[in-house]
Write a protein that binds this ligand. Sequence first.
Ligand code: HEM
Length: 128
Amino acid sequence: MVVNRIAFAHGEIFRVVDDFYTRIQNDPVLQIPFRSVGDWPEHIERLTHFWWVRFGGRPYLFNHYNPVMKHFFAGFNRELLARWLAIFHDTLKTHLQPEQAELWALVSSRMGESLALRNELYGQEHGS
Ligand code: HEM
C-alpha cells in the first residue's frame, strides 16, 4: 500500500504488529490491561488487518472495530497511551525505513489523540 508515496507491504505491517504485541506482553505496565486478550495470534491478525486497511489496503477480514468502548473498559488513559506510543514508535524504528517509521508514528500519534478525546467523552456520557 502507498501513502504519501511511502509503501507498506502486508508482511512489514504484520512484522511490526507481531513484535509490538510481544513487547506489550513483556511490558510490566501494559501487560495488565492487555490481560483481556485471550487469543494473541487472533489479536495480532486482527490488528494487522486494522493497520492494513487504515493504509488503504483492501479489507479481507470481517471489518468491524469498536475501539472507543473496548479501550474505555480496558482502562485506557493518557499515561498508558504515552507508554503504548513509545513502545510502538520504537518497534517501527526496528523494522522499517526511517520515512516509513516516521509516517506511521505520526498516524498512530494522531489516532492516539483521537482515542484519548473520545475516551474522555465516553467517560462523561457514561458518568465516570
Ligand atoms: C494509538 C494508540 C492505540 C491504537 C491505534 C489502538 C488500537 C486498537 C484497536 C484497533 C483495537 C481492536 C479493537 C476492536 O477489536 O474492536 C485495540 C484493542 C485493544 N487495545 Fe488498543 N490501541 C491503542 C492504544 C491502547 C492503549 C494505550 C491501551 C491500554 C489500555 C490499549 C488497550 C487495548 C486492549 C486491551 C485491546 C483489546 C480489547 C479486546 O479485544 O477486548 N490500546 N486497540
